[in-house]
Design a binder for this molecule. Structure first.
Ligand code: COA
Ligand code: AMP
Length: 632
């Protein structure tokens, strides 16, 4: 550990005393084409912007400078794919060469600085190459997670007005090939006036059909391309857009800018994760999520580490020892995953037998994030790994940890159930409905005082007003995280639940409102509600309740099956929507508000009380009956 006694308190105090000086100092770890002369532009809206006059290239910082400085032969990327039986490595030099050429291929397809490129790919090196190639030419990538269906993909292509789509012919899950290309074709049909070109990585496990004149084979595109140099962009220019679930069907296009992102991620690698350049960092997530963007792709490379790209699952590829096998094979120093993955491993290997055959001597720490980490999971991992297991908290919007045990500053005692303390950069408070701090131990809305640190999303793609309405309006001067929780007497932060209709399914962020919109589109459904109920493996899963229109006589079972299939098609398999019940009415207040939290409590078997404002309490009987009938 490189931390020191009081390291956390000292660093936090030095940041708080002069945040602008603090981040200007941190910016020196990045190589600028034009170094920023000021830290913050407080006049920018909707949020103050970092390093307004700085210019740089993120790809240069992730690859070129490391090759120039002697890391050319060091491994940059290790692709480990138990589902295909392949392990492929790229040194920094090899990754740079391929990225520079693929950037040339993008340029040949007419992609220019500022253009948007949608990437719909599984966990293959080409996905990372495409992201970095976009960064190299100043194009803005938007990666869409492979578990989303065609309508979701189409919504993202349309919203960011992508010029080009880069996709793979298929993904591969434990059960076999998952075709991607037909979904891309359907999505492009759904996009109004869709004229996007498409670069397709044909995977031998399942090739797709190329549309002549529109689709180009990845290898043909790459083979014919000349390498291109990095384009200098403004620190405040967007590096990527990552869509995440909001409260409606329309996803939020979280924007990340180049300069603040590079500075914050580079700083976090040392201060939070305590990793040194040259070490091996493995974030077992997916490039479709923010964890993948930040800690599979950008942060490890910005920091000169080796990153592991794992195409497999924690269990079933082939067994619950897969993570430990990867750690041993690639001498992983720091592992980062979601608590769900550990729960899945624990369920199949409760005694940790599958850990024993592997040499985990390189592994120092396990970091967990993405959902609330139950103390059981934390202690199981700690007991079997016999090394620190660190829960930390962040969001797509923040892009990097907001609360953590910052091991590079100081290792604080772990309190199970807590994400530890605010990371320097984040002035976190728990507020009551009137905007006052609540006392220690009391729950409230978790908010961050403005300005937010570098790396934090400055806005939503072409939706400043939505950004302001979603995050800045509830408490002027504060960012509303939409998480509820409390600080204890020692200043440890406990994140307990969301305050909106976002649920967390296996560490994947989903909107119940979005699923409700899909259910409501079924011709037989009059109204519906979706709630996230507790699940022993995935943390939460969505469950739906639908009231049928008067006069519908078709069997309930058939309609329920159609509703499940509809959500799978419209949202995607990632929603894990497997359960819907037809009910005669939904519980509502007299003003017509559906009592979703009461439904959830009943189904989860928690204590509940009908609120005094309920219109008809007898409606709840059917939910009690369903709760008794639903297995855990
Ligand atoms: N491309 C296409 N389909 C995908 C996909 C992808 N990249 N990722 C998931 N899916 C599909 C799966 O095939 C599955 O479909 P199915 O209903 O036909 O089986 C569905 O989406 C749900 O997938 P998943 O959430 O992965 O559930 P699972 O039951 O297959 O596996 C776990 C359960 C716990 C092993 C898995 O959720 C997991 O590894 N979780 C770790 C969470 C994580 O990494 N979170 C990232 C945030 S840090
Ligand atoms: P995402 O934007 O997909 O990363 O999801 C962010 C949300 O996941 C947060 O707002 C929290 O609700 C939840 N979350 C992430 N990390 C944690 C954590 N360590 N503890 C509790 N909840 C978490």
């Amino acid at each position: 550990m490189t931390g020191s006694a009081d390291g956390y308190a000292k660093t936090f105090a030095s940041w708080k005393a002069d945040p602008e000086r603090f981040w200007l100092d941190a910016s020196a770890a990045i190589e600028w084409d034009r170094a920023p002369s000021v830290a913050l532009d407080p006049s920018a809206t909707p949020l103050a912007r970092w390093f307004p006059d700085g210019e740089l290239n993120t790809c240069f910082n992730a690859l070129d400078r490391h090759v120039r400085d002697g890391r050319g032969d060091q491994l940059a990327l290790v692709y480990d794919s138990p589902v295909t039986g392949k392990v492929v490595t790229y040194s920094y030099q090899q990754l740079l060469d391929t990225v520079a050429r693929f950037a040339g291929a993008l340029a040949r397809e007419g992609v220019e600085r500022g253009d948007r490129v949608v990437i719909y790919m599984p966990m293959v090196p080409e996905a990372v190459i495409a992201m970095l190639a976009c960064a190299r030419i100043g194009a803005v990538h938007s990666v869409v997670f492979g578990g989303f269906g065609a309508p979701e993909l189409a919504a993202r292509i349309a919203d960011c007005q992508a010029k080009l789509v880069v996709c793979a012919s298929c993904g591969i899950g434990p059960a076999g090939v998952i075709a991607y290309k037909p979904l891309v074709d359907e999505a492009l049909r759904l996009v109004d006036g869709g004229h996007q070109r498409c670069i397709v990585l044909q995977r031998p496990e399942g090739e797709g059909t190329l549309v002549p004149g529109r689709d180009v084979d990845w290898h043909e595109a790459l083979d014919g391309a000349e390498p291109v140099p990095c384009v200098s962009v403004r620190a405040t220019d967007p590096l990527y857009i990552l869509y995440t679930s909001g409260t409606t069907g329309l996803p939020k296009g979280v924007v990340r800018d180049n300069g603040g992102h590079a500075v914050a991620l580079e700083w976090s690698m040392g201060a939070v994760y305590d990793v040194q350049p040259g070490e091996v960092f493995w974030a077992a997530s997916d490039i479709g999520w923010v964890v993948g963007h930040s800690y599979i792709v950008y942060a490890p490379l910005l920091h000169g580490c080796t990153t592991v790209l794992y195409e497999g699952k924690p269990v079933g590829t082939p067994d619950a020892g897969a993570f430990w096998r990867v750690c041993a094979d690639h001498k992983v120093n720091v592992l980062f995953t979601a608590p769900t993955a550990i729960r899945a491993i624990k369920r199949e290997d409760p005694e940790g037998e599958l850990l024993r055959p592997y040499d985990l001597s390189a592994l120092r720490t396990l970091f967990l994030a993405g959902e609330r980490c139950d103390p059981d999971t934390l202690s199981w991992a700690g007991q079997h790994l016999d090394r620190p297991v660190i829960d930390h908290w962040w969001q797509t919007e923040s892009g990097w940890p907001m609360a953590a045990n910052c091991l590079g500053l100081e290792r604080l005692p772990v309190k199970p159930g807590s994400a530890t303390k605010p990371v320097p950069g984040y002035d976190i408070h728990v507020l009551d409905a009137d905007g006052h701090d609540v006392p220690a131990g009391e729950s409230g809305a978790i908010c961050v005082r403005l300005p937010l640190p570098p790396g934090f999303a400055p806005t939503l793609w072409r939706a400043d007003d939505r950004f302001t309405a979603s995050y800045l309006s509830a408490y002027p001067g504060w960012y509303l995280t939409a998480d509820a929780g409390y600080f204890d007497e020692d200043g440890y932060l406990f994140i307990m639940s969301r305050t909106d209709d976002v649920i967390n399914v296996a560490g994947h962020r989903l909107s119940t409102g979005q699923i409700e919109e899909v259910l409501a589109s079924h011709p037989d459904v009059a109204e519906c509600a979706v709630v996230g109920v507790a699940d022993a493996l995935k943390g939460q899963v969505p469950i739906g309740f639908a009231v049928l229109k008067a006069g519908v006589t078709r069997p309930n079972q058939a309609i329920e099956a159609e509703l499940v299939a509809l959500v799978r098609k419209q949202v995607g398999p990632v929603a894990a929507f497997k359960s819907v019940g037809i009910v005669r009415a939904l519980p509502k207040t007299r003003s017509g508000k559906i009592l979703r939290s009461t439904i959830r409590r009943i189904i989860d078997g928690e204590e509940w009380q009908a609120p005094p404002t309920i219109e008809d309490a007898t409606v709840l009987d059917q939910f009690e009956a369903l709760a008794t009938a639903t297995p855990d």
